[in-house]
Design a binder for this molecule. Structure first.
Ligand SMILES: Nc1ncnc2c1ncn2[C@@H]1O[C@H](COP(=O)(O)OP(=O)(O)O)[C@@H](O)[C@H]1O
Ligand SMILES: [Mg+2]
Length: 307
């Protein structure tokens, strides 16, 4: 649904986006994760046809950027970082103004559809200045959807919102996900990327890594389980180390950390070996790395590589 090849953008000689190649599938919620200045907004502006890349090509819904720009723009909806609504206009007027500007077919029908979806139809004649921050942001997202684009770009949709408003917005994105729309969401909120996205790209001018949040967490470190034991003895540790599939054993508080490739297949044998060696197992669980830890490690690697 989105395909980019070698996208590069310089501003006065400064490289903002460097050779980004990626593909986003139809219906996917794709996270674009990176620190401030990483080139997220620049990439979105390129992919929505607002600015041209210095080099590279991209296709949105089969339409090539720079060739078929009108079709590209019809295929994308964009929530910018600071999406102003008119606070003194009503909900209905805000959407109506936009529908008018963009020549949307059946503006009244579309405005009603989205106000109903937002559960704002009853409040359509109230000025939006009186709505909660979360509701205003949802309205801004709905505005980006009025022309029913198959691809929705959300640039930092929850930044600057309090936790409650952010949650309202996240829930709304969850609602949209079920409708087959492709959603490209820029964020520097790791928790948000983890919860919302099918896949995440980590960017810092260049693409550093693209994968599912779960694989990102696992991939850097390999898989491991933590075994809590009533007591750890050198004999227990040796018994575990002797297992052919065990890649490493590290003592941890109250037990052992065991690196292995496939806990689902190998844990039963691990447990049998521990029991046979007299171990008293309290519990055993896969070790989870937070996306945050992975992210900071990736950023450190990228910095070191750049030096
Ligand atoms: N219009 C512009 N003119 C000059 N530099 C820009 C412009 N837009 C962005 N940049 C620079 O490009 C880099 C990436 O910015 P941006 O894409 O906004 O990052 P992000 O959205 O990830 O925070 C930054 O160094 C920024 O200063
Ligand atoms: Mg930005």
């Amino acid at each position: 649904m989105i395909r980019a090849e070698g996208l590069t953008r310089r501003f006065n000689g400064n490289l903002a986006v460097d050779n980004v190649t990626l593909e986003v599938r139809r219906g996917e919620v794709f996270g674009f994760l990176g620190p401030n200045g990483a080139g997220k907004t620049t990439t979105v502006r390129i992919l929505t046809g607002l600015i041209a890349p210095t080099a590279g090509e991209a296709w949105i819904n089969g339409h090539q950027l720079g060739v078929d720009d009108q079709a590209v723009r019809a295929s994308v909806g964009l929530l910018t970082e600071a999406p102003g609504l008119y606070p003194r206009l009503t909900a209905s007027e805000n959407l109506g103004v936009y529908a008018g500007l963009h020549g949307i077919a059946d503006p009244q029908g579309q405005v009603k559809k989205y106000l109903t979806l937002l559960e704002l139809w009853e409040r359509r004649d109230e000025p939006v200045g009186g709505f909660s921050k979360g509701m205003q942001q949802k309205l801004a997202i709905a505005r980006a959807l009025l022309h029913e684009p198959p691809v929705l770009f959300l640039d930092e949709p929850t930044s600057g919102l309090d936790p409650e408003a952010a949650r309202v917005v996240r829930d709304f994105v969850e609602t949209l996900r079920g409708q087959g729309r492709t959603i490209f969401v820029c964020t520097h909120n790791l928790d948000e990327a983890d919860r919302l996205c099918d896949r995440v790209a980590v960017i810092r001018r260049r693409l550093i890594r693209v994968d599912t949040p779960a694989n990102l967490r696992r991939g850097l470190y390999g898989r491991s389980v933590r075994v809590r034991l009533r007591a750890v003895s050198p004999g227990l540790r040796a018994a575990v180390e002797a297992l052919p599939f065990v890649r490493g054993v590290t003592p941890i508080e109250g037990g052992l950390r065991v690196a292995l490739d496939e806990p689902e297949a190998q844990n039963p044998e691990l447990v049998r070996a521990l029991l046979a060696a007299g171990g008293e197992i309290q519990y055993i669980e896969e070790e989870e790395h937070s996306l945050e830890q992975v992210y900071f490690d990736l950023m450190r690697e990228a910095r070191e590589a750049a030096q």
